[in-house]
Design a protein around this ligand. Structure first.
Ligand SMILES: NC(=O)C1=CN([C@@H]2O[C@H](COP(=O)(O)OP(=O)(O)OC[C@H]3O[C@@H](n4cnc5c(N)ncnc54)[C@H](OP(=O)(O)O)[C@@H]3O)[C@@H](O)[C@H]2O)[C@@H](O)CC1
Ligand SMILES: Nc1ncnc2c1ncn2[C@@H]1O[C@H](COP(=O)(O)OP(=O)(O)O)[C@@H](O)[C@H]1O
Ligand SMILES: [Mg+2]
Length: 276
């Protein structure tokens, strides 16, 4: 197991080429936010936009449209119950983030099925929150794409069948290798299992982060980083590192760090590493 350092940031975050446009930095589609959990997909969307994704679209319940655009007008919107539009947008994205606040009722299951039927082998698919829970409970087959699961420990228990107390690196690696996916196992000192079998550990993170929406925000940052940086595996590691490094900096003067505060600090934090 290898400890992550801030070298991952200098490796991944580069100055932007002058001759570029929004298409250079990738298209992200975020899918989630039912009638109760709109905040989750809004936080993920804000994170993807601030992380630098070129074009961001949010597929969510129509009830969330006003709040979404009030918080993040840079994002486009689609009603995720419109199967034709959702199918088309899914196949056109570079990175899809599915799960924050999606819920697990039959309508959420329909949305998941539409997205999973349309992902492409060359896309990055970040599977978070409710999407992991539904896959585990409904025994849903994995979609096409480079898959990145971002479970907390209970979501990993549901997906892997490994009880939290038994989530050792050896046990986790065995299941993750069968999934042939990247697994970001979120906890104090998050572990990242790569398809190669390499395991990384984040030496950062603070209990000031223990607040709802913190993982939704990480999913959005991973979405923004994988869409714009060509080394996708390194981009995941850099996203995980940046999320908690910013939280630790904010926690020096704050008892609690809110997810949107990390998001707001992200562009300035990235700029510090872009020219190193
Ligand atoms: N503002 C919004 O819209 C927000 C919307 N959200 C959305 O809600 C959806 C459901 O996600 P979820 O994580 O809240 O619920 P779920 O998957 O049932 O897991 C909780 C269960 O697992 C247990 N548990 C054990 N270990 C744990 C661990 N390390 N970390 C966490 N839990 C742990 C825990 O045990 P307990 O605390 O009860 O002892 C409890 O029994 C999802 O789509 C998410 O995106 C949230 O992001 C909040 C903000
Ligand atoms: N005590 C802690 N130390 C370090 N990181 C934490 C701590 N508590 C929570 N986090 C981080 O906060 C995030 C929580 O993710 P998750 O449970 O999915 O949140 P949500 O679904 O509410 O957005 C993870 O990145 C986790 O590592
Ligand atoms: Mg979560």
């Amino acid at each position: 197991m290898q400890l992550l350092t801030d070298q991952i940031l200098t490796h991944v975050i580069q100055p932007r080429p002058a001759n570029s446009y929004k298409g250079t930095f990738g298209r992200v589609l975020l899918v989630g936010g039912n009638q109760n959990f709109g905040g989750a997909i809004i936080m993920a969307t804000m994170a993807a936009v601030h992380a630098g994704a070129g074009l961001v679209t949010t597929a969510t319940d129509a009830v969330n449209l006003g709040s979404l655009h009030a918080q993040v007008p840079e994002a486009m919107f689609v009603n995720y119950h419109d199967k034709v539009q959702l199918s088309n947008l899914t196949s056109e994205a570079d990175t899809i983030v599915i799960g924050p606040g999606l819920g697990d009722d039959f309508r959420s299951q329909e949305v998941l099925a539409t997205v999973f039927a349309n992902t492409q082998p060359d896309q990055t698919v970040v599977i978070d929150g409710s999407a992991i829970t539904m896959m585990a409970h409904q025994k849903i087959t994995q979609p096409a794409g480079h898959l990145i699961y971002t479970p907390h420990q209970m979501e990993w228990q549901r997906l892997s069948g490994i009880e939290i107390a038994d989530q050792t690196t050896t046990n986790n690696l065995a299941v993750q290798q069968q999934l042939k996916a990247t697994v970001v196992l979120k906890k104090h000192h998050t572990e990242i299992y790569e398809p190669t079998g390499q395991i990384y550990q984040l030496p950062l993170g603070t209990p000031a982060q223990a607040t709802g929406g913190m993982g939704d925000t990480l999913a959005g940052i991973i979405g923004g980083f994988t869409a714009q940086f060509s080394d996708h595996q390194a981009a995941v590691l850099a996203a995980v590192y940046a999320h908690s490094a910013i939280a630790e900096e904010l926690a020096e003067t704050r008892y609690v760090v809110l997810p949107h505060q990390i998001t707001e600090a992200l562009p300035a934090f990235m700029q510090r590493y872009a020219n190193q």
